[in-house]
Write a protein that binds this ligand. Sequence first.
Ligand code: PGA
Length: 240
Amino acid sequence: MEVVIKDNYQEISQLAANYLFDTVKKKNDAVLGLPTGSTPLGMYQIIIDKYKDNCSFQNVRTFNLDEYVGLDKTNKCSYCYYMENILFSHIDIKEENIYIPNGVAENMEEECRYYENLIRSRGPMDILFLGIGPNGHIGFNEPNYYFEPYTHVVKLTDNTIAANSRFFDSIESVPKTAITMGMKTILSAKKIVMLATGHNKAEAIAKSIKGKVTPQVPGSVLQLHNNVTLIIDKDAAKYL
Ligand code: PGA
């Protein structure tokens, strides 16, 4: 695994954006895997500001990692809403090329299969960007006793609900479940770029890259992939 330690958030965001631009420059119909959360905000801002000088998203397809169950695209806390506001409405991507798991599907099991098959038939993802939770989760794959391979519905841990409550009016309004790509889905990407900043990610980062591969530390599965770049700051790197 390649580990790049940068001095500040701007440099992390710029390098991540460069990976994305390079992928789309080389392949104008690239398939991208995209995360939400605070960490990729800087990368998305650079993409908005600079994409016209670098590439077009006309033929690009995107797959998001996850979505809350029960929130539709009009809900400001849904990842659908986030993606539209933070990125998609500012670039030239076609709506029909955007894929996000449907958190309000009538039959969630069916939605999981449908999403997994879409990734398989329209993928593979050329590059997948990831954040990591303080508990080591990637996408919404929470610490568990076994690896969930494919897109599935997951019960969020109290730790994740507390961490994500900052985006909601109250902790009670954070959904208790989510739909997420599974471990094999994530590992099916040709290239993975993980971003992390801050002391609260340091333990998860150290366990993910130096610890044993275990479902108790979901980020540790990245050790099984042969093309991963981790872009982090000094705080997140403090136990390496
Ligand atoms: P964050 O979330 O970027 O908001 O810290 C990352 C994650 O929970 O995967």
